[in-house]
Design a protein around this ligand. Structure first.
Ligand code: ADP
Length: 698
């Protein structure tokens, strides 16, 4: 029991006030301040000190108050006090003690370096403790010996007990505040990660927010490069030399703590980098003393790391490491997000490039046929703008008959996922286009839709028709004459056996020859077209008498003119010296032109061949009074397989004759053209002019 004296009563009042005072502060520093200053007042001294330990019993902080001036002292000088001095004794024995004379008491450590200590002659020290934990040690000192008695010890013990609760409460509150701040920060950063798409921006934001939670001097985020063997800094904060920091690259071969964290896939803490053999000092990290490196783990693989450091030795607690790890997880998520976004973007870009640049038309519609998107080719083929297409119905665009078909297609689609069919459509100019359509289910903007890919197969159809025409032609143009030839040859033995009429025989032989020539010419022309196109045919130049050439042509076409009752007139030739040409080719050119004139002019028509000479150029003109050829058709009939009329009523042919004439003429350095008004009955005139060359003198 304390004696009931006025001093004690006033002390009890002060203690009561002190308790209230202690518990009014919520922040640890504030509480410590109050504990120290209230202790001074209550004890009536001018010096007090407070040692604080962390939960592991390690020295956390030391404060000294002298004449109400609070000073935080650094650790190294305190080591010995803790080992040998009064504080060490109290720490060990966990009980309060009064030192009446520091000069004689062994528990007092004489530290001459500290003026305050050397002036001290008496002291009281008490543990600040909870039943299971030593929180700190509170000491008051006086410059006179025998200054304190047991009542001071009792008073200080009560104050220490009150302080223990106040400090613990403040620490818990602060820890709670800290966790809440950490949780809030993590949530806000996590939220930002999803809204900010730029990775660098996210990484910098994470470092900025990390500073609210973990006290660091500088911090960085390193990621592996594409090859996965170099860690490069992707974001950095507060380095002395930022340029250097951002250029830091660490290779796998270096046995640095960074790699330990990566290898172990666990955070690594270094209390003092100067004692760490693997530590690499760079100009940007000269002052760094303690360090945490937390790996960024994505699907069991370390993709980089988050580092924080301090210029203070042994700065970081386990809690700090946990927090840095929590942030490292955020970084990993941010990186994965950014990579996914980048992948999606590039997939989107390549899809949209494929979509837009496809040579097929692509239309995307909802299941009810409403068009949602269409590519460039679709717009081109359907001759409508994208805006006009989007919003209209696929049935209307693709095929007026499609409404009935659409339901059927969709039903099939739902079963087969992908269907294909052929479709003839009319474009906006009502031109027929043959399409091969492939429809399949696709996800478009998150919805299940139908992608219609239409390939223009008009050219293929055309080619198929050509092939068919070619077969027809071969049957008609080759089989016919060959049949005639066989018939003629079959007749010969009969003539020989029965009449032995030499004239009839000769006529038959002529006929056979003539027919064979026709067939050979046709085959030659076909072969020549493809060879001339490839520039493969060397002209078989010879000296040719034009008169003979024309007669040979006439011999071949005359029978056909006769058959069609066509009047074929060959105009007299001007005086022409023999010229140096491929006679067979030019003969076939003339035959083709005259044959066409006879073929396309109705029966009993008129066909003529005129030959003129001017400026060393020989010009043949083949005229008829047939249907004529319109200007539009004039430009294309010289193309291979081009015909004006593809109907079955038109004379048979494959459209090779004029292509051959053009190639053969041009091979001779000449030109071919047509004059016609395109009026039926007025006919057309085909001109072939060839520069005259003469046999080179060898
Ligand atoms: P083909 O006669 O085998 O069709 P060509 O190349 O000889 O092939 O002729 C191409 C097209 O030019 C013919 O299909 C025909 O429509 C047109 N043509 C050619 N000559 C005449 C002509 N004298 N009068 C009218 N049309 C012609």
């Amino acid at each position: 029991m304390l004696p009931d004296t006025p001093r004690v009563r006033s002390r009890l009042d002060l203690l009561y006030a002190a308790t209230r005072e202690f518990n009014a502060g919520l922040d640890v520093d504030q509480v410590l301040n109050r504990v120290l200053s209230t202790t001074l007042v209550t004890a009536g001294v001018s010096n007090a000190s407070l040692f604080l330990f962390d939960s592991d019993g390690k020295l956390d902080n030391h404060f000294q108050i002298s004449n109400f001036e609070i000073e935080k002292r650094s650790y190294p000088t305190l080591g010995r006090i803790l080992d040998r001095g009064l504080v060490g004794w109290v720490r060990k024995h966990r009980e309060g003690v009064v030192i009446n004379d520091t000069s004689t008491d062994k528990r007092w450590y004489k530290n001459d370096s500290n003026a305050q200590f050397s002036k001290t002659r008496s002291a009281v020290a008490v543990p600040i403790q909870l039943p299971d934990q030593l929180i700190g040690i509170l000491t008051i000192t006086a410059p006179k010996p025998d200054f304190f008695d047991q009542s001071d010890l009792a008073m200080l013990t009560i104050m220490a007990d009150q302080a223990a609760f106040a400090i613990t409460n403040a620490q818990l509150f602060e820890a709670e505040q800290y966790r809440r701040r950490l949780a809030d920060t993590l949530t806000s950063v996590a939220r930002s990660i999803n809204s900010i798409l730029n990775l660098n921006e996210v990484l910098n934001l994470i470092l900025e927010k990390l500073a609210l939670v973990v006290d660091y001097d500088s911090s960085s985020i390193l990621l592996f490069d594409e090859e996965g063997d170099l860690l490069s800094v992707r974001a950095a904060r507060h380095f002395e030399d930022m340029e250097d920091a951002l250029n830091v690259k660490i290779s796998v071969s270096q046995n640095s703590p960074n790699y330990l964290a990566i290898l172990r896939q666990e955070p690594v803490v270094i209390a003092d980098v100067d004692k760490e053999p693997g530590w690499i000092k760079s100009s940007s990290s000269r002052k760094v003393r303690s360090w945490i490196g937390a790996p960024l783990i994505v699907r069991d693989e370390a993709i980089g790391m988050l580092t924080v450091d301090s210029y203070q030795v042994d700065k970081y607690t386990d809690e700090n490491v946990e927090d840095v790890s929590a942030f490292a997880n955020l970084v990993a998520t941010a990186v994965v997000n950014a990579q996914t976004v980048a992948r999606l973007k590039s997939a989107e870009t390549s899809y949209s490039a494929l979509f837009e640049d496809s040579t097929d038309m692509i239309v995307i519609s909802a299941y009810d046929g409403l068009i949602l998107d269409a590519n460039r080719m679709a717009c081109q083929m359907l001759r409508r703008t994208k805006d006009a297409l989007i919003g209209s119905g696929i049935d209307f665009v693709i095929d007026p008959r499609l409404p009935n078909h659409l339901a059927e297609h969709v039903t099939r689609l739902k079963v087969w996922r992908e269907i294909s069919f052929e479709l003839d459509i009319l474009d906006a100019y009502r031109q027929p286009v043959s399409l091969e359509v492939k429809a399949r289910q696709v996800h478009y903007k998150g919805k299940l839709c139908v992608q219609w890919v239409g390939r223009d197969i008009s050219a293929r159809k055309e080619a198929e028709k050509l092939r068919q025409d070619l077969v027809n032609m071969l049957v008609h143009d080759l089989r016919g004459p060959l049949g005639n030839l066989i018939n003629t040859i079959e007749l010969m033995p009969m003539v020989l056996d029965k009449t032995q009429d030499v004239n009839s025989l000769r006529n038959l032989v002529d006929l056979a020859l003539q027919t064979s020539q026709d067939v050979r010419d046709l085959v030659d022309s076909m072969l020549d077209v493809s060879r001339l196109e490839q520039g493969e045919v060397p002209l078989q130049h010879e000296t040719v008498e034009i008169e003979e050439l024309i007669q040979a042509a006439e011999r071949q076409v005359r029978p056909r003119a006769k058959e069609k009752l066509t009047e074929l007139s060959i105009h007299p030739l001007p005086e022409i010296a023999p010229i140096w040409i491929d006679g067979s080719m030019i003969r076939r050119v003339l035959i083709n032109l005259i044959d066409n004139a006879i073929k396309y002019t109705p029966a009993e028509g008129q066909v003529s061949l005129a030959t003129t000479m001017q400026d060393n150029t020989i010009t043949f003109a083949v005229s008829d009074n047939g249907p004529g050829i319109t200007k539009t058709d004039q430009t294309r009939i010289f193309n291979k397989f081009s015909r004006v009329d593809y109907s079955s009523e038109s004379p048979s042919g494959v459209g090779l004759g004029l292509a051959f004439c053009k190639l053969a003429t041009e091979a001779h350095g000449g030109k071919i053209w047509i004059e016609s008004e395109g009026v039926s009955g007025k006919g057309s005139t085909f001109y072939v002019s060839i520069p005259m060359t003469f046999e080179p003198q060898t």
